[in-house]
Ligand binder design. Sequence first.
Ligand code: CP
Ligand code: NVA
Length: 315
Amino acid sequence: MTPARGKRDLLSVQDVARDLPALLERASRLKADRRAGRRRHTLEGRTLAMVFEKPSTRTRTSFEVAMSDLGGRALYLSSTDLQLGRGETIADTARVLSRYVDAICYRANSHANVLELARSASVPVINALDNVEHPCQIVADLLTLRERWRRTFRGRRLAWIGDGNNVLHSLLLGAAAVGLDLTAATPEAHRPQRPIVAAAEALAATSGATLRFTTSPEEAARGADALYTDVWVSMGDEAERADRERAFAGYQINDAVLALAAPEAFVLHDLPAHRGQEITDSVLDGPRSAAWDQAENRLHAQKAILELLLPRRRR
Ligand code: CP
Ligand code: NVA
């Protein structure tokens, strides 16, 4: 396709902080449409390239199905099959893909790779997870919370228990943007990165959200309206597995921790789960698990994101 001017990327939640209410409203509408069997081909004839340097079940599938439902198509491009895997630069890959497709989503080993692809691409680039952020996940998470809290985040408290990782970074930014109070319990050595916390605090100053940090899972869970956890060992952290398993040993959502939360509280997990580590079977499979709705919501959220970023076609 002809490279577009004024393209818009989603590299961090910060890029859509102001759009979150509209994105959630649109995702919710698209979910209702799908359930009613209505399909709107708002992206007819559009193509999304999906460059993946790491494995994926949910992100890959939800983007592919989203494009197909909206009348477009998606191309899955594993980095090991591309010339990228043989040393072609990220910048050259971006320039070439921009001549064929309308947008690129990229699951990358590093945030620097995502920034480099976005700099050289003339079409929108969507961060499909890197080591610093997972912005698309957080749109689905906020959708899940909003559904269960009758469309408002005001006065609600979410507790994160686990690693100060990419998902927590995006969640901090997302919660701060929508005015949701968040308490994050992480080991001291695994706190979220300072620049992200500073950016989230700046957003919170406007929305009225409160962000708190502790090393105590129990303190975070007490009275919370929802609990959220993620793996102790993210993709790319495998060399630290033994140290991490020691450091995170007390950071598990189990029945005892869930009992500290509000009576109606429920549990989020972005998945994949390492059962028996950050979450027990009884919680993940239990009646208070929202993880399966959350996984489904990736599909509806991806559609809203794609519609927002892909420029309308001139007729
Ligand atoms: N939650 C999430 O991004 O899952 P995948 O790694 O399967 O895409
Ligand atoms: N923090 C995890 C999220 C997986 C969806 C990882 O980066 O591996």
